[in-house]
Write a protein that binds this ligand. Sequence first.
Ligand code: GLN
Length: 197
Amino acid sequence: MAGAERMKRIGVLSLQGGVEEHINALLSASAKCAIPAQIVEVRTQEDAEGLDGIILPGGESTAISRLMERENLFPSVLKIRKIFGTCAGAIMLARKVEGAVIGQRFLSLMDIAASRNAYGSQLSSFEARLTTVFGTINGVFIRAPKITPMGKDCQPMAFHGEEVVAAYQKKGDRHFLATSFHPELTTTKFHEFFLKL
Ligand code: GLN
């Protein structure tokens, strides 16, 4: 039927970390840009079937890695064509990770380098004004990694001073978005961008 496009199915990896906040941000983004989306909390391989995209929330990348192994989720998530990782999720996406613990496993899909806890401990968490491709926003950094795009098809999407704090990469028919901060806490712009992909 003309115009009856299938509703997008967007997963939120729901093993650990800021899951609720991403679901809420996705719901607001979906309403704001009038793109209906079915949101799926992903805990098992079955949940990850047939998703158009998935969000990997922040939390603790060592725990996320361990739980993804336990649920045998690496093969399913590796297949998803559009992935948005925030903070620990950005670490999961990074091709190069500094400060990984022994045995920690990553998706290694996106050409960024991530340096874990590069801004210091929980006490050094901060909020800052960021210049982004969507305008100025507030960014919340919680034991955030520093991310560095590797290669010119990896575009900066947000800056804190001179530093890149968000990046987007299209690799063939695959799309990756990574932020070192938590956009789900202060804006829906990144979720809108992800839905529009
Ligand atoms: N420091 C955490 C890690 O290395 C990330 C923190 C976060 O996601 N807020 O996984």
